[in-house]
Design a protein around this ligand. Structure first.
Ligand code: ATP
Ligand code: MG
Length: 341
């Protein structure tokens, strides 16, 4: 019996020592990237590694043909080709817009769209990797500005589903490093506001007029701002104003020419105060230039009266100002083009 035990022991030692050693697979080193991302319904704003900031229109196409080379925001996930931002207009495929409930659903595309919109980042990382036949590996530390903190689980699921993508023929593996990435929409403005308020101020408000939403938030002052209230008016942002303005402009018969939304938007951006509490807004319509300042004012009052949430949020702002509180305005709706730029 003792002999048999000894034999088995010896045998198992031999098996262990003869077991083939697992070869360590060589992989490229992980490259850490910091990404701040605000994929809004009109524009995706982002900052990479605290030094490169950029925006693109939050639209993309699933391109049917091969992707053009050397164009910003073009990449593939699996067998699908994507082009984000304005470039999508020059390619054929199905157009997807963030404003049609795709802000969160296609967060994967906006995120990779941001990385691939950087002119050098991915080329540099791919060029410096040791094993050229293997994918480059990215670890993203993310800060995501979103109104949809209630969709935390959906967001986590979408972000976990992004495993790799191809850009200019190079494969990149991608991983999100952190889980505490969600910040309230308008948080960037709150950080900026902190730099401008006197030390004794304990709370302040932010009004964010975006492409699709208008949001009123109140923040508590700390080392970092903390939101204590956030009231969104979803669907009532700049798009609602532009829609109501284009309807108002069409009421007057000016022949067969159509008012184009993008031209209305650029006319609004370039509107100027005339000094008497009014604004001048010039719109090029065919061969004539129209002064639409009054129509803009009428549409704005319609926007306030037809959407109760807008009226209530603007009332909050008025009350805050009456109480002597600090209110900061942010979002593309408040952007100004001074001196025509
Ligand atoms: N200089 C500008 N650049 C971009 N958008 C501008 C500018 N001036 C005015 N706008 C208007 O602001 C809107 C975009 O604002 P913003 O980028 O804040 O929206 P968003 O964050 O994408 O939308 P949301 O916050 O509703 O999801 C555009 O629809 C446009 O009408
Ligand atoms: Mg926004």
């Amino acid at each position: 019996m003792g002999d048999i035990k000894l034999h088995i022991n010896r045998l198992s030692k031999e098996v262990i020592s003869k077991a083939p050693r697992k070869r360590q697979e060589s992989q490229n080193k992980i490259v850490n990237i910091n990404l701040d991302l605000d994929a809004g319904s009109a524009n995706c704003k982002f900052v990479i590694n605290s030094e490169y900031s950029d925006t693109f229109t939050t639209i993309f196409k699933e391109v049917v043909s091969e992707l053009p080379l050397g164009i910003s925001g073009c990449f593939s996930i699996g067998s699908k080709n994507f082009a984000v931002g304005q470039v999508a207009h020059s390619l054929n495929g199905n157009l997807i817009e963030a404003c049609r409930d795709n802000k969160i659903k296609r967060l994967d595309v906006w995120l990779i769209g941001a990385l691939t919109s950087h002119p050098d980042l991915l080329t540099d990382i791919a060029g410096k990797r040791k094993y050229k036949a293997k994918p480059a590996r990215l670890k993203i530390t993310l800060r995501l500005l979103s109104l949809s903190s209630s969709k935390k689980n959906d967001i986590a699921k979408i972000l976990q589903s992004v495993k790799s993508f191809t850009c200019s023929g190079q494969v990149f593996e991608i991983e999100i490093a952190n889980t505490d990435y969600l910040f309230p929409e308008g948080y960037g403005a709150a950080l900026e506001a902190l730099r401008h308020i006197p030390e004794d101020i304990k709370t302040f408000d932010i009004l964010d007029l975006g492409g699709g939403t208008i949001t009123f938030s109140t923040y508590k002052v700390g080392r970092l701002p903390k939101a204590i209230e956030q009231t969104p008016g979803s669907g009532n942002g700049m798009k609602a104003i532009i829609d109501s303005l284009s309807i108002a402009l069409c009421r007057e018969d000016r022949g067969g020419l159509q008012f184009r939304k993008e031209n209305i938007e650029s006319a609004l951006r370039n509107s100027k105060p005339t000094g008497d509490g009014k604004h001048s807004c010039l719109y090029r319509h065919g061969t004539t230039t129209l002064e639409i300042g009054d129509t803009v004012a009428h549409s704005l009052s319609e926007w306030v009266m037809c959407y109760p949430i807008v009226e209530s949020l603007l009332n909050k702002v008025s009350q805050s100002l009456l109480n002597g509180r600090y209110v900061f305005a942010t979002g593309g709706g408040f952007a100004r083009y001074d001196n025509g730029y």
